[in-house]
Design a protein around this ligand. Structure first.
Ligand SMILES: Cc1cc2nc3c(=O)[nH]c(=O)nc-3n(C[C@H](O)[C@H](O)[C@H](O)COP(=O)(O)OP(=O)(O)OC[C@H]3O[C@@H](n4cnc5c(N)ncnc54)[C@H](O)[C@@H]3O)c2cc1C
Length: 393
């Protein structure tokens, strides 16, 4: 294929890339979007969209098409050894659990309504093209052959292993979580309801997220790198399953039918990082490419989409001659860094809290969750931040 030219080249068609594409197309920019994957069939990605982001999707008239493929979430609970120690009702608002594999193609269709848009799925970005230290495009290879895309601005929305981040050599603040998670989808038991649960037990915790159309995405925490140890401890998978059934008794039949071997699980490493720099002349990072957070609290997609909204605003409020300059693009990091870093710290602290064992752990959790609930009632609370209550377009 021939080399191409555009205003904006977006690398990565995840939630961040697709949303920023749509917002910039609406503002009249010419956009090329590429993704190394040919399709959107990814399992085990973030699926929970917070109430504040749902409200934004409504304002963008994107919600109507996503709604039929989503499950409404009205509350979030933490149970400690079977006792509810924290409950957060969204007070009339609601979040949704989506399937990225169903929703991303719908977002792509929205972009395709614009003449100024083109996409290349199955095409990988592997090098930045520079002129006088300024990024002026990318080199790509893949299903369409090798070609360059020249662009006034390259947006790196290429996820947690971002090549654009690596090519920029930005300093990274990476923190380790204590756990990895084993993921599995099970059929949804009757009357599970419209909630997300974290259930703490002696050996860790289990996350239960409804998954469209009628499943539960279950995540079981294990010690970091500890899958081998666990397999030795429970050579018969049924013994492990019996433990989990005690934590999720209402799904006994569904768990037994889904977990037939250790290979039924998909193990994923839990990590988080915040890049110290997000942009340079001609290039900017958003979403997981700039920062990743832990899986509890449903933040990843939402933080990624918030970046997209704010970046589109910054670009559209700048002149055509200036929008790709680092001094403009750096506003994104200035506006977002402290929030992302504090969510990152909160997630690390939450991870440590969930992992605390024994009576002391239970007592400390009870005190902390009680304090968060009390602060919420006084209106000053991290929960507003985590649910993106005040997000505007
Ligand atoms: C198991 C799991 C559970 C999670 N649970 C939640 C949750 O409940 N709630 C939540 O909010 N978040 C959750 N997250 C995180 C969430 O999935 C991510 O934060 C979110 O998808 C980030 O969106 P993004 O658009 O920045 O990146 P991604 O969704 O990762 O998209 C990046 C895209 O870039 C493409 N790409 C990568 N490299 C290249 C390249 N060189 N060239 C071209 N294309 C490239 C990839 O194929 C991919 O499509 C979870 C993540 C995992 C792994």
């Amino acid at each position: 294929m021939e080399n191409k030219e555009t205003d904006i080249c977006i690398v990565g068609a995840g939630p961040a890339g697709l949303l920023v594409a749509k917002l910039l197309l609406d503002k009249g920019y010419k956009v090329i979007l590429l993704d190394k994957q040919k399709d959107f069939n990814k399992e085990f990605r973030g699926e929970y969209i917070q109430p504040g982001v749902v409200n934004i999707l409504k304002q963008l008239n994107m919600f109507e098409s996503l709604e039929p493929y989503s499950i409404t979430i009205t509350n979030y609970r933490i149970l400690d050894h079977g006792k509810v120690v924290f409950k957060y009702d969204f007070d009339g608002n609601y979040g949704i659990c989506i399937r990225q594999s169903l929703v991303l193609p719908l977002m792509l269709k929205e972009c395709e309504k614009h003449d100024q848009f083109s996409s290349c799925l199955g095409q990988t970005a592997f090098e930045l093209i520079k002129k006088d230290d300024k990024v002026v495009g990318i080199k790509t290879k893949g299903d369409y052959g090798d070609f360059d895309i020249r662009a006034k601005l390259v947006i790196g929305s290429d996820g947690r292993n971002s090549i654009i981040n690596k090519l920029l050599h930005v300093p990274i603040n990476k923190k380790q979580f204590l756990t990895d998670i084993l993921w599995i989808n099970i059929e949804c038991p009757k009357n599970f309801g419209n909630k997300i649960d974290i259930r703490i037990y002696d050996e860790g915790y289990v996350v239960l997220d409804p998954a469209f159309p009628n499943q539960i995405r279950m995540g079981i925490s294990i010690k970091k790198g500890g899958i081998g140890e666990l397999r030795k401890k429970y050579p018969d998978i049924k013994e492990f399953t019996a433990h989990i059934v005690k934590v999720v008794p209402e799904a006994q039949a569904e768990i037994i039918s889904a977990v037939t071997a250790w290979s039924s699980f998909t193990p994923l490493s839990v990590s988080g990082m915040v890049s110290e720099k997000w942009s340079a002349d001609g290039v900017v990072l958003i979403g997981d490419a700039a920062h990743t957070v832990g899986p509890f609290g449903g933040q990843g997609i939402n933080q990624a989409m918030k970046d997209a909204i704010i970046l589109a605003r910054i670009i559209s409020q700048s002149s055509h001659s200036e929008f790709a300059e680092d001094k403009i693009l750096d506003q994104l990091r200035e506006l977002r860094y402290s929030e992302v870093a504090s969510v990152h710290e909160f997630q690390l602290a939450q991870g440590r809290l969930l992992e605390m064992k024994g009576l002391l752990g239970r007592v400390i959790r009870r005190i902390i969750y009680h304090r968060i609930t009390r602060n919420r009632k006084s209106g000053n609370n991290i929960l507003s931040k985590l649910t993106f209550k005040d997000l505007t377009l």
